[in-house]
Design a protein around this ligand. Structure first.
Ligand SMILES: [Mg+2]
Length: 341
């Protein structure tokens, strides 16, 4: 299999800059592998939080060329084996592992003339209701976002270290959406019992990642005190982390680029369910390619938070529209998305 990894800069639409400290650009890696005249595509959205950069992802993928060139992929079992055997080449980059894993799934499904969902789950992907996220915003920005998201069924709001409820109450008044609140680890000094009760009154469904992962030992106490379910994001990165979740969190947010692709994400979703946990599939700022892989995982999770491509001004792939908060996957082949233009 031949490979070609390129990086592309992606930009959020103005209204949806990620946070007040507006990150105006991300640099993602797009991997193409080809054999037998078929091209499979994968993507990684490297995140500095996990010490990943586009440069290191590309470096590890190119360094793994001898491994990738030798791959012979004829079945899902071959993809699962490649996921394990490729790790010594790609470690410590789960993002690089994700890009390769997605490209192999896309390639094999295209070779078989089917969709990745059919290949992975034995059934076509159904449409998925997704949370759309509102970052920390000024009042005038909130007003614009409330208009943009009117009629959307699920809205996730970022919260700061003060757990200020004003923006949540503001959005509550303007939409009938189900809300969730993501603290991104900032609630070190917050009384979770009091705040979670207020949030429950505002119709919030769950809280995500109240404390930094370094404070996980406090989570059993917080979970017991909370009036709402608490989902892990940064505290649950890979498959091994799932086993630590019961008693600490009510569930967890799976991100393909954190765990190393579709292959482990599906295992995490199934294991979470076996453990009686709520599961969600989330995303970074990423193109419709990574989002399409998230939609496959969403077939097996309770919630989806897959607005990453919808937030972009310049999605380089097309074929997976998000309308009124609903992602409608195409029939394929592969992930069902193609280069735009
Ligand atoms: Mg989060």
């Amino acid at each position: 299999m031949k490979l070609n990894a390129v990086s592309k800069n992606l930009h959020p639409r103005n209204v949806f800059r990620i946070s007040r400290a507006a990150r105006a650009e991300v640099r993602n890696i797009f991997l193409e592998i080809s054999a037998e005249g078929i091209t499979g595509r994968g993507e990684a959205s490297p995140n500095a939080y996990f010490d990943e950069t586009a440069g290191n992802v590309r470096h590890f993928l190119e360094a793994a060329a001898p491994f990738i060139e030798r791959l012979e992929i004829e079945s899902v079992a071959d993809i699962e084996r490649a996921w394990l055997e490729g790790w010594p080449w790609l470690a410590p980059s789960r993002a690089a592992q994700c890009a390769l894993d997605l490209a192999l799934w896309d390639w094999l499904a295209r070779r078989k003339g089917t969709s990745v969902a059919e290949l992975a789950l034995g059934r076509p992907a159904r449409p998925v209701q997704s949370f759309c996220t509102i970052g920390l915003s000024s009042e005038s920005e909130l007003e614009l976002k409330a208009v943009e998201l009117s009629g959307f069924p699920l809205i996730k709001m970022k919260s700061d270290s003060m757990a200020d409820l004003t923006p949540i109450a503001f959005i509550r008044k303007r939409t009938g959406a189900t809300l969730a609140v993501d603290a991104n680890g900032a609630w070190e000094k917050i009384d979770i019992q009091a705040v979670s009760r207020e949030l429950a009154r505002l119709g919030v469904l769950f809280i995500e990642q109240p404390l930094s992962p370094a404070r996980d030992e406090r989570m059993p106490e917080l979970l017991a005190a909370s009036a709402l379910p608490i989902l892990a994001d940064e505290s649950c990165v890979t498959l091994e982390d799932v086993e630590r979740m019961p008693g600490c969190f009510s569930g967890f947010n799976i991100k393909l680029v954190k765990c190393g692709g579709l292959t482990p994400a599906l295992v995490m979703a199934r294991r979470g369910r076996e453990l009686g946990l709520r599961t969600m599939v989330g995303c970074m700022l990423e193109s419709s390619l990574l989002i399409a892989a998230g939609v496959v995982v969403a077939q097996e999770t309770d919630y989806a938070d897959l607005d990453g491509a919808w937030l972009l001004a310049d999605d380089p792939l097309t074929g997976l529209p998000l309308r009124q908060g609903v992602l409608t996957p195409g029939p394929g082949p592969g992930f069902g998305v193609e280069p735009a233009g």
